[in-house]
Design a protein. Sequence first.
Length: 78
Amino acid sequence: FDVHNKGTTAYDCATEMSETGFINMLAFFWSIDTYFNSIMSTNMVSVHAIAFDNCMRPDQTIQNMYDFAQCRINIQNM
């Protein structure tokens, strides 16, 4: 999600937040929570989600997905 705007360098995020990106992230987590509580709570299945702030950089989005898929991002330390 693009919660922050692009920063001044290729790897920095700006301090300004994107209202649309923030609302989309909240909606994403709300939908996961609502789905889990209404449908999945009776089953023995858990649903989890993760969101990355990519700061409006498509290259960062791709890098985050590869790093996550290859276990280079340690979620417990975030």
